[in-house]
Design a protein. Structure first.
Lengths: 261, 261
DNA sequence: CGCTGTTTTGAGCGTCCTCAAGAGTAGTGG
DNA sequence: CCACTACTCTTGAGGACGCTCAAAACAGCG
């Protein structure tokens, strides 16, 4: 069902701003958390500069993933976590009978692969929605280092817990909200995360299709499209294909918090 | 909206079988993982007898929770994880506007409170659905001990990861399945977990109301009730209030795996 | 410019929700 | 012991929201 992706221009880089690092290559590359702009959003939160330098052995490799390619697949052996450095991903689970559910979208600084720890095998697919690069974090080394660094250990636990809390939020969305509320919640979440990365909170270029949004939100693509159109008519959004501008933030916020009315 | 719970008889003890421990009291009580029947399902999986004895300091307290009472509430400070010893719990998140979503049901050997690690505060309510007892696992001590015991560390990470995988499965259910499929998946999951604890796989006494099932499955209580009746008519289940007997296991399994047809 | 994949929009339909009434069950107190 | 209350569960009728099917517009690419 998933169609082959076309390459598309990327008018507004969605992920991280240009940083003071050398160009990435396909080869393993020395990466320093200490000099990474994302360290305040990523795994090393809380570590001081000295401790950070000791992480260099942990996050030693980078990997690039072309738009449409898999970072890992359901069933593959789990070896490492991945921190998104640049780009954008989706993760999705598939049921025996071939149904697909997007379980999340990941942007710079976010971790991929946590599901794999449970059984040493990945339980979902991770697909790049644009050309991306990730830091490879070998899991055994992470466990080892987190026995040494209390702060790292705690931060890692926090990240896993945060994922659980996020998932529960999605369950609330899927179980209780109507289409408009779901889309509003989705857009608010997206803009907030982008804002935390230094981007505009009112202007977004979506990296995913209507179908992928729909899969994440438990809706069909037509419903997503119709709801976008409705928001446009009401003056809440300006929608030009994947270029979304929030015109009435309060209206969006009202939809998710007063939704019971 | 939540009504005050009535006390109800518990014809079939739902949780753990009788075990060789002294009667529980409200007082802190010396608990030994090494002599606990649940150790193969709980946190200490993989630890040998010698290591187990060193956990005694960790899991030193027990707590009882009456039916209908909270083990913890959304917003409360997070101090400890809880391992269900006997009884049955639900966890639910609530949105700003008062909506409620049951995020899970927990039985003997399962851990409660993982959501709290993310921000040092709980993000959901945990409510006992029958008189229950839990082991209290102070979180700071768990972190400390898991720096010492590799196996404990790994097992703890596995448990968190398993929760993430479970949540993704629920997202698939909520996003893709129809009412019958959801209820079938729910019942199969419940009976499997009961079976792992030595109970019948075909006979279940539900500890939760139709409304709570509905909240978990993203359905209204009337729909849950109607679906139970439908299964009864079709000879798939025998439904007598909360006493459910599975008559046609294959039919249930077919619903969740061939659901795309 | 044709091809492919994405998005929009319309019409009709189905699943599940809402509203409502009544039956069943448990617990309480006279 | 039985009425009385509170809660849960069942069942029906009607309606709404989102889905299905379908066609056409749009955008990017070879």
């Amino acid at each position: 069902m998933q169609a082959k992706r076309q390459t598309m221009p990327t008018p507004t880089p969605f992920a991280a701003p240009a940083r003071n690092c050398p160009d990435m290559t396909l080869e393993p590359l020395k990466v320093a958390c200490a000099s990474c702009n994302l360290r305040e959003l990523c795994l090393p939160v809380g570590l001081n500069v000295h401790d950070l330098s000791r992480l260099d052995g942990l996050v030693a490799k980078r990997r690039t993933v072309q738009r449409g390619d898999h970072l890992f697949r359901n069933g593959e052996r789990f070896e490492a976590l991945y921190a998104v450095r640049t780009g954008f991903f989706k993760t999705c689970v598939n049921s025996e009978d071939g149904r697909d559910q997007v379980t999340g979208f990941q942007m710079a600084g976010e971790l991929l692969g946590l599901d794999g720890i449970s059984s040493d095998h990945h339980h979902c697919d991770a697909v790049a929605l644009e050309d991306s690069s990730v830091c490879v974090i070998p899991y055994s080394q992470l466990e080892e280092l987190s026995r040494e660094f209390t702060v790292l250990q705690h931060q890692f636990h926090k990240i896993m817990s945060r994922e659980i809390v996020r998932d529960h939020g999605v369950m609330l969305l899927l179980g209780n909200m109507r289409a408009e509320e779901r889309l509003a919640a989705f857009l608010l979440n997206l803009t907030q995360r982008l804002q935390a990365r230094g981007f505009s909170a009112s202007s977004v270029v979506l990296r995913m299709t209507r179908e992928e949004i729909g899969s994440y939100l438990g809706l069909k693509l037509e419903t997503v499209s119709r709801t976008f159109s409705k928001f446009q008519e009401e003056g809440v959004l300006d929608v030009k294909q994947r270029q979304i501008t929030v015109l009435d933030l309060q209206a969006l916020q009202g939809l998710v918090s007063n939704a019971a009315c």
